[in-house]
Ligand binder design. Structure first.
Ligand code: ZN
Length: 500
């Protein structure tokens, strides 16, 4: 294990050295014409950068040119291009691109230059051609980018498959009205008046999850899609998102297709490539943000910092490297916490908090992972923790975590959903039984602090700071030490399990 690790480190160093040696070769910026094939009168251009013989292009620039939405993480080391076909996730220094469940590769890694993420032009265009519903081509002889915008409004669908649930996601090139009809056999007919559909792209779609067949039809006045689930499944929800235009149809049922083993392996390999053994400890709140306040001025910010420091000590004594988002009483914006975690190459992210509900009757421990909340209680906890953005100067970065936004904002973290849930379960079980705490269970909700972290992430609500029984424990130094030690034990258990 140790030897393998060293080799990995050496390789990484060599890789980094090669990468660094390339930087001075990055020379002048230039402009390349973009020709719109549907409208030869319109001329555009796009900025490119030359490094030796290699031409690079800014991922944000090309996304903007093609009208593809993008979202970069807070550290700007990763960017997601929401092509209508699949979201594509690019990471700095990596030649691998995560396209939905699939891992794609370009010959040269993505590089960062002056805060911009650059990809090699030719391979990038070849890759994008698979995900852009129109046509895109680089013509090296004329040094031009040739683009034909999509001819259809509906050009395919993708699946989000979870145990017992299959979500069909249909993106559209423009916002269309959609009428849904439930047919007798649990099938759903979607009608898009005035819509133009690429029927081949739908009719060739293999069955997946709970869906056994997809039929698409172009009629004179409308486009039609029929989704047919297997006999044990039933339609549960339809939802429309306006920006970007997306239509989601959810089916629930017993059977579960799941990912094919090959795709799952690629996904796992990718996760391993990202993993490093650093535990990121995030004591919530701090400085001007006291968090929840208990009797006799017991502040959440102080309790979680103390437990966090003890947890660091406990983990490091076991040889686990740690990084803290704060180790003093300072205010750290929520988005910055994930950036610290990503920059540190964290393997897991643990955010520490204390609960509080008016009345002070509730007590016990809860552990959360990031997923849309399903209970009133979880919504309330997330709202309370998210409300601390009121202390921050720029709040624009926090979009509403509605269900539709949620899908788009959290796609990267979704890769770690299973591990986050597993980590939450281990922590909740180990700490509650070890300390004989009232076990309020593992739950899910949309916490801003967990969104940007590219690793399994949980939020621990240790106890209720405004409950008589709980607050006595939280005040107690011995209890805090025990809490830290049980958290440490649970984290190590998870790390060992994930190492296999
Ligand atoms: Zn809190």
């Amino acid at each position: 294990m140790r030897i393998a690790f060293r080799i990995l480190t050496v390789r990484k160093l060599i890789f980094t050295a090669i990468f660094l040696s390339l930087i001075p070769a990055l020379l002048t910026a230039d402009w390349m014409p973009v020709e719109w094939m549907n409208d030869p009168g319109v001329r555009d251009s796009i900025r490119i950068e030359q490094a030796g013989h290699q031409t690079y292009i800014d991922l944000k620039d090309i996304a903007n040119t093609l009208g593809i939405k993008w979202l970069s993480d807070s550290s700007n080391r990763r960017i997601r291009l929401d092509t209508p076909v699949q979201p594509l996730i690019f990471s700095v220094r990596s030649p691998f691109i995560l396209a939905g469940d699939e891992l794609r590769q370009i010959p040269l890694p993505v590089r960062m230059h002056q805060d911009r993420l650059l990809a090699p032009l030719e391979p990038l265009v070849a890759l994008l051609a698979d995900y852009y519903p129109g046509e895109i081509l680089y013509d090296p002889s004329r040094f031009k980018l040739l683009v034909t915008p999509p001819r259809h409004d509906l050009f395919g669908l993708r699946y989000d498959i979870q145990p017992g649930l299959t979500r069909v996601i249909i993106p559209a090139g423009r916002l269309l009205e959609c009428k849904t009809e439930e047919l007798n056999d649990q099938s759903i007919l979607l009608r898009f008046p005035g819509g133009r559909i690429d029927t081949a792209a739908f009719n060739n779609k293999a069955k997946a999850g709970l869906i056994v067949e997809v039929r698409a039809e172009q009629q004179a006045m409308e486009a039609r899609i029929t989704l047919i689930p297997d006999s044990a499944a039933s339609f549960s929800r339809f939802e429309q998102i306006t920006d970007p235009p997306l239509y989601c149809v959810e089916f629930t049922g017993q059977s579960w297709g799941g990912l094919d083993p090959e795709a799952q392996k690629r996904l796992d390999d990718d996760k391993i490539a990202w993993a490093l053994d650093v535990v990121v400890i995030d004591p919530g709140h701090g400085g001007k943000d006291p968090g929840a306040i208990g009797p006799n001025k017991l502040y959440e910010r102080d309790v979680v910092l103390d437990v966090g420091l003890r947890l660091r000590k406990a983990l490091e004594s076991k040889g686990v490297r740690t990084v803290m988002t704060r180790d003093t009483d300072v205010f750290i914006p929520l988005g910055r916490r994930a950036k610290i975690a990503n920059d540190a190459g964290g393997k897991i992210f643990v955010s520490l908090h204390c609960n509080a509900i008016p009345g002070g009757n509730a007590r016990g421990m809860e552990t959360y992972f990031l997923a849309p909340a399903k209970t009133e209680r979880a919504v309330r906890v997330a709202m309370t923790e998210n409300s601390v953005i009121k202390f921050e100067e720029s709040r624009d970065q926090y979009q509403d975590l509605t269900e539709e936004n949620y899908i788009l904002l959290t796609m990267a973290q979704a890769n770690f959903a299973r591990e986050s849930e597993e980590l939450a379960a281990i922590v909740q079980q180990q700490v509650c039984s070890g300390l004989s705490l009232r076990d309020r269970g593992v739950d899910q909700a949309g916490f801003y602090v967990l969104i940007g972290a590219s690793m399994p992430s949980i939020l621990v609500e240790m106890l209720f700071i405004n409950n008589k029984t709980d607050t006595k424990k939280l005040r107690d130094r011995w209890f805090r030490q025990q809490m830290a030690e049980y958290l440490c034990g649970a984290i190590i258990k998870f790390l060992e399990k994930s190492r296999g």
